[in-house]
Design a protein around this ligand. Structure first.
Ligand SMILES: Nc1ncnc2c1ncn2[C@@H]1O[C@H](COP(=O)(O)OP(=O)(O)O)[C@@H](O)[C@H]1O
Ligand SMILES: Cc1ncc(COP(=O)(O)OP(=O)(O)O)c(N)n1
Length: 276
């Protein structure tokens, strides 16, 4: 079984963060592991509190995994502060896994800051160059580059700026566009477009975490970066189409929809013997 590791924060309502990543890994048939960087008290309405894990304990978690288990892909999410970023960068440099997907989490959809204002520079300097691909959403790309994004051309301009900062591949996600969501990939040579139809739902909590961990799952299974994005986009689209009205705010996506559907089909034709 292929393996994937998420280095991220815990989301108590499980739509984003570590919980979304682990659900996504398992939905892809990949063995999922976690290094927790912070615990958030969070629900569909917002973030109520954050407690960071010490950098030393983050390092211990990383050592525990990498000294024992082969990691086929890493997804990096919420890192919270400078010390954690330094520790994660040092350990990823040391263990040098084949595939690293960096989701540069800065602010939650509910508007809560998830990365200290003094931490951006070290994230870009220390961690960005180690990663296979970085997947900012539009507000994150704006903070990283200083380029205001209102169009596809602005997204392309931002991709080039992030490439100049040392990223190998950049996927700017288009969920925050007012039009249909188009995600744009730049590898320093050319652009690829991943075009989706906008799904009209308020339940999009954790879409970014889910997309990046789906990309990591596909990389762990040996797909190319481009194919991993195509497959991840199919997965997130189904998860949003069948998102869940849980809670009073922005509900989560449905990480296991395709699996439930398959189980039900097998039940209908009498091929599924156990409880699903
Ligand atoms: N309403 C939507 N309909 C269809 N796809 C969406 C929608 N919202 C987001 N996506 C897709 O979900 C993925 C995550 O994007 P985005 O929501 O921009 O990330 P984040 O959660 O980091 O803000 C992207 O592939 C984006 O195109
Ligand atoms: C613990 C934790 N990590 C990351 C996020 C942000 O996740 P994202 O997928 O960008 O989803 P939204 O918050 O934008 O819905 C989070 N909220 N919590």
């Amino acid at each position: 079984m292929r393996t994937a590791l998420t280095i991220a924060g815990s989301d108590s309502c499980a739509g984003a963060g570590i919980q979304a990543d682990l659900k996504t890994f398992y939905a892809h048939g990949v063995y999922g592991m976690s290094v927790i960087t912070a615990v958030t008290a969070q629900n569909t309405k917002g973030v109520i509190g954050i407690e960071n894990i010490s950098a030393d304990m983050v390092e211990k978690q990383l050592d525990a995994i990498f000294t024992d288990i082969k990691v086929d892909a890493v997804k990096v999410g919420m890192l919270s502060n400078r010390d954690i970023i330094k520790s994660v960068s040092r350990k990823l440099k040391k263990y040098s896994p084949d595939n690293i997907v960096l989701d540069p989490v800065m602010v939650s959809k509910s508007g809560h800051t998830l990365l200290g204002p003094d931490a951006k520079d070290i994230l870009l300097k220390e961690l960005l160059p180690l990663c296979t691909i970085v997947t900012p959403n539009i507000p994150e790309a704006e903070v990283i580059t200083g380029v205001t994004i209102n169009s596809i051309n602005d997204m392309k301009k931002s991709c080039k700026v992030i490439f100049e900062m040392g990223a190998k591949m950049i996927l700017i996600k288009g969920g925050h566009l007012s039009t249909d969501p188009v995600d744009i990939l730049f590898d320093g040579k050319g652009f690829k477009y991943f075009i989706g139809k906008r799904i009209h739902t308020k339940n999009t909590h954790g879409t970014g975490c889910t997309l990046s961990s789906a990309i990591a799952s596909n990389l762990a299974k040996g797909y190319s970066v481009e194919k991993s994005i195509v497959k991840a986009k199919e997965y997130i689209t189904i998860a949003i189409q069948n998102s869940l009205s849980i809670g009073k705010g922005i509900g989560p996506t449905n990480h296991f929809y395709s699996i439930y559907k398959k189980c039900n089909m097998l039940k209908e034709i009498g091929e599924f013997k156990n409880e699903c």
